[in-house]
Ligand binder design. Structure first.
Ligand SMILES: Nc1ncnc2c1ncn2[C@@H]1O[C@H](COP(=O)(O)OP(=O)(O)OP(=O)(O)O)[C@@H](O)[C@H]1O
Ligand SMILES: [Mg+2]
Length: 271
């Protein structure tokens, strides 16, 4: 079952069954602040199944970006483990970790991190180009993804020539271009108006439905959170069932969404 029982299982050390794409156990991360220490993550446990859609909510500064970066192997935990597709991502060499990320994880950064000297098309094609796939194949695929996020007529613009929302959509296209097993998205619709947010989110959901891509999405948008299978809240350095899942599902019915958050309940994929 997908739900909070999974966290209980993890805490009790019981092996988790099923097709787990992402597994985090006892993740701690803090930062030195002069003589003091700021504990941001204090024992995060998480299991994400293949095809599961998870929203992570939490106050600004609660550690959502820190957590996502650790889950994606971009930052190290002080202690604890993270497995992606069964591999301990922090035990790999830098090169192996890069290769695992390039094959498996689509990362959408909160502040997009596009390469300023390259065009939108080149930025989106980059994860495929570094695999040394034929350039024409990489470009065709990148062009198709950019069209899906409504940027077919911005292919040759550099990031500085794109609006904030266009940059964010380019970053989403770049994350999805590899057909990832797992998408880690840090406020992917934060800079977008309603119509563009919907377009980007619909694209992620399509990928989830068509290819069983697992989605872990940090969001402040209750409408978006309410359309995921599960909503967890990061608070006090730990993840737990969101009290605000109720408000998220309330928002879902208010906006006519058909799928509502089911903390602890079955995923629609299982039913
Ligand atoms: N490299 C760092 N050094 C010191 N403190 C850091 C570092 N990175 C993050 N922090 C602190 O850790 C806390 C969590 O930061 P984080 O960026 O993960 O929050 P967040 O939940 O993503 O917030 P937001 O919703 O505003 O994006 C913040 O108080 C931040 O100042
Ligand atoms: Mg953040």
């Amino acid at each position: 079952m997908i739900g909070y029982a999974m966290n209980d299982q993890l805490r009790s050390g019981t092996p988790v069954g099923g097709d787990v794409v992402l597994l985090a156990q006892g993740v701690y991360r803090g930062f030195r602040e002069g003589a003091a220490r700021l504990e941001v993550l204090s024992g995060v446990d998480l299991a994400v199944q293949r095809g599961e859609r998870l929203a992570i909510i939490g106050a600004s500064g609660s550690g959502k970006t820190t957590l996502l970066q650790i889950l994606g192997g971009l930052d190290r935990p002080d202690s604890g483990h993270v497995q992606v597709s069964g591999q301990d991502i922090h035990a790999l060499s830098e090169r192996e970790r890069g290769a695992l990320r390039n094959r498996t994880i689509g990362f959408v950064f909160q502040f997009h991190h596009l390469l300023p000297e390259f065009t939108a098309l080149e930025n989106v094609a980059m994860p495929l180009l570094v695999r040394r796939e034929p350039r024409s194949v990489c470009m065709a695929r990148a062009r198709a993804l950019l069209a899906r996020v409504g940027l077919a007529d911005r292919l040759d613009h550099r990031p500085a020539q794109l609006s904030g929302g266009e940059r964010q959509r380019t970053a989403v296209a770049r994350a999805l271009v590899i057909d990832p097993q797992l998408v880690l998205a840090d406020e992917p619709t934060g800079n977008l108006d309603g119509r563009n947010a919907e377009q980007v989110f619909a694209l992620m959901l399509e990928l989830n439905r068509e290819f069983g891509t697992s989605l872990v999405v940090v969001t402040h948008d209750p409408r978006l959170a309410a359309r995921m299978d599960r909503v967890l809240e990061l608070s006090g350095g730990r993840l737990s069932g969101a009290a605000s899942a109720a408000s998220a599902s309330g928002a879902a019915s208010a906006f006519g969404a058909t799928e509502i958050a089911r903390p602890g309940g079955a995923s629609p994929l299982e039913t």
